[in-house]
Design a binder for this molecule. Structure first.
Ligand code: FAD
Length: 482
C-alpha cells in the first residue's frame, strides 16, 4: 500500500509535456483537491508540442471500418524486438505494458477528440505499422501543438489547477520511515528551485520529465558513448533519471536510443545542437541523399540503416558531431511534398537550384536515378521506388529546378528509462517474484522505459503519454483521498 496524505493534499506533477498534462487532467477528474504542475521551462509543452506525425489508436471510428485493426499489440511487440526476453519476469512485464498501451489506445483517442476537442480525423500509415492508425487533424496545426494547447486550455479552466513555470525540481523528499522493510523510503514531496529560491511541497509525486535524447554530453554519453555529441531533434536539456535512481528507481533499456537520419543543418546556425526534422515524406516522395554528389544508400531503408550509412562516412564537424549530406528533391518530388518543401524553403533549410547549376558528379547521379526511376536500369542500392521522381535524364532536365538542403543524423527518442508497473508506480526492482516499488512516486511518458524495447513505433509516444499519464494521475489522486 502507498503512503496516505491529509485532506488538503495536492498532487504534484513534474513536467508539462503531454504526459504531465494528461496526469494533471486525470487527477482533477479523479477529484484531487488541487494539482500543482511544476515546469522548469518558461513555456509549457516540452518536446510534446513539436510532435508532427500524430498519435496511434486502434480500433477507432476514424480508421477504415472495412478492415478492423486487430494488429496493434502484435506490431508493437514485434517492433520491441528481443529486449527483455532473457527473463520471464521482464518479458511478461513488457507484454503487460504493451497490452495496456494498445488496449487503452482507442479510449485515449476518444478522450482527446470528444472531451478535449482535438481533431484526430486523419489517419495515416507510418513505418512498422501493418495498418493505418496514426491520427492527426485535417488543419494546419501539427498534432502535438494542437493536443498540448487544448489540454492546457481545459486545465486552466479549473480553479484547482496551479501551473508554475520556471520551477525546476531538484530533489525528491523521502520520508524517514519505509512502507516496506525491504524497499526504499516513501516519497512525500519535492524541492524546487525558482528565481534562485528553494521551495518544498508535500504530496504524492508524478514525474513526467521526458527522455534524454537532448542530454548529449551526460546521460547519452554515459549509456551510448557512440552517440555522444550528436545533435538532436529534442530540446537540449538534462535527463532527470538520476534524481529518481537516487531514491531507488530502477532503469531499463537505457542503451536503446532512436536516431533519425535527417535533421536539417540550418546554414545560418550550423553549430546548433537542436535540429529541425526533415520529414520522412521527402525521401518517400523521391528525395535522394548525396555525399560529394554521389548516392551511398537506399534512402527508404529503415531509419537505423540510413543513419548508420551516413555515420560510416567521414564527419565534417565534431561540435556537434555532424555529416555533410545533401538531400535533393527533383521537380516531381517537390510537387508531391509541396507543403513540406515550401515550409522548409521559407525557413531557409532548403533552396532551389536549376539542374544546370549543379556540379558534374551530381548531374551524373541525377541521370542514373532517372534511369532507375523509369525502370530502365536496376538501382545500385536496391531502392524499389522513387516515389514521384519526374526528371527524365535528358537535356531538357537542365532548365528544371530541384530543391536541396543539408542533413545529418540526430538523436530523436530514448526507449529506455524508469521502470514502471501497470499502475505507473516507479519500480525499485523488476526482478524476483515480489515487485518492489518506490512508494509515493509515479512516472509516465518518455521518462519511462520497458515498453518500446528496441524500437518505438511512430505515433506511440504521444499515446503512451496519454494512457500512462492518465493512470498516474488517477492513482496519485486516489492516495490523497485515502
Ligand atoms: C520533433 C519531434 C517530433 C515528434 N513527433 C512525434 C509524433 O508525431 N508522434 C509521437 O507519438 N511522438 C512524437 N515525438 C516524440 C514525442 O513528442 C515525445 O516522446 C513525447 O511528447 C514526450 O512527452 P513527455 O511528456 O514524456 O516529455 P516532454 O514533452 O519532453 O515534457 C517534459 C517536460 O518536463 C520538463 N522538465 C524536465 N525536467 C524538469 C524538472 N527537473 N523540473 C520541472 N520540469 C522539468 C521539461 O522542461 C519538459 O517541458 C516527436 C518528438 C520530436 C522531438
Amino acid at each position: 500500500m502507498g503512503p496516505t496524505h491529509p485532506e488538503s493534499c495536492s498532487v504534484i506533477v513534474v513536467g508539462s509535456g503531454l504526459a504531465g498534462l494528461a496526469a494533471a487532467s486525470a487527477a482533477l477528474r479523479s477529484n484531487a483537491n488541487r494539482v500543482i504542475l511544476l515546469e522548469r521551462a518558461i513555456k509549457p509543452g516540452g518536446n510534446s508540442i513539436k510532435a508532427s506525425s500524430g498519435m496511434n489508436g486502434a480500433p477507432t471510428r476514424f480508421q477504415n471500418q472495412a478492415h478492423p485493426d486487430n494488429a496493434f499489440f502484435s506490431d508493437t511487440l514485434k517492433s520491441a524486438g528481443k529486449r527483455g526476453t532473457f527473463s520471464a519476469v521482464e518479458r511478461d512485464q513488457r507484454k503487460r505494458l504493451i497490452k495496456l498501451l494498445t488496449n487503452e489506445s482507442a479510449a485515449a483517442v476518444n478522450f482527446l477528440a470528444d472531451e478535449i476537442g482535438v481533431d484526430l480525423s486523419v489517419v495515416t500509415l507510418l513505418g512498422g505499422h501493418s495498418v493505418a492508425r496514426t491520427h492527426r487533424g485535417a488543419g494546419r496545426t501539427p498534432p502535438g501543438a494542437d493536443i498540448v494547447m487544448k489540454l492546457l486550455q481545459s486545465l486552466k479552466g479549473d480553479s484547482r489547477f496551479d501551473l508554475r513555470t520556471g520551477c525546476e525540481v531538484t530533489k525528491l523528499i523521502q520520508s524517514a520511515r519505509s512502507c516496506d522493510a525491504n524497499g526504499p523510503p516513501e516519497i512525500v514531496g519535492v524541492e524546487y528551485l525558482s528565481d534562485n529560491e528553494l521551495t518544498s511541497l508535500a504530496g504524492p509525486v508524478i514525474f513526467a520529465t521526458g527522455g534524454f535524447a537532448g542530454d548529449t554530453d551526460n546521460l547519452l554519453a554515459k549509456y551510448r558513448p557512440d552517440l555522444a555529441g550528436l545533435p538532436s531533434s529534442n530540446e537540449p536539456r538534462p535527463g532527470m533519471h538520476g534524481l529518481l535512481s537516487n531514491v531507488g528507481a530502477t532503469l531499463v533499456d537505457m542503451d536503446s536510443v532512436q536516431i533519425h537520419p535527417t535533421g536539417f543543418v540550418d546554414p545560418l546556425s550550423t553549430s546548433s545542437a537542436l535540429k529541425f526534422l526533415a520529414a520522412e515524406v521527402l525521401r518517400g516522395e523521391g528525395g535522394i541523399l548525396l555525399h560529394n554528389g554521389r548516392r551511398f544508400v537506399n534512402e527508404i531503408d529503415t531509419r537505423e540503416h540510413v543513419s548508420r550509412a551516413i555515420m560510416d562516412l567521414e564527419y565534417t564537424s565534431d561540435r556537434p558531431r555532424q555529416w555533410s549530406v545533401q538531400i535533393l528533391l527533383d521537380p516531381g518530388a517537390c510537387r508531391a511534398a509541396a507543403p513540406y518543401v515550401s515550409f522548409y524553403e521559407q525557413k531557409g533549410l532548403m533552396s532551389r537550384k536549376k539542374v544546370s547549376e549543379l556540379d558534374g558528379t551530381t548531374k551524373k547521379t541525377l541521370k542514373d536515378v532517372s534511369m532507375a526511376a523509369a525502370k530502365h536500369n536496376a538501382d545500385l542500392f536496391g531502392r524499389s521506388t522513387f516515389g514521384s521522381w519526374a526528371l527524365a535524364g535528358d537535356q531538357e532536365d537542365d532548365q528544371k529546378e530541384v530543391s536541396v538542403g543539408w542533413v545529418t543524423p540526430v538523436t530523436h527518442f530514448t526507449m529506455g528509462g524508469i521502470a514502471i508497473n501497470e499502475h505507473c508506480q516507479v519500480l525499485a526492482s523488476t526482478l524476483g517474484a515480489s515487485e518492489l516499488i518506490v512508494p509515493g512516486l509515479w512516472a509516465a511518458g518518455e521518462l519511462t522505459g520497458g515498453i518500446h524495447g528496441d524500437n518505438r513505433l511512430g505515433g506511440s509516444s504521444l499515446l503512451e503519454c496519454v494512457v500512462f499519464g492518465q493512470i498516474a494521475g488517477e492513482q496519485a489522486a486516489a492516495t490523497c483521498r485515502k
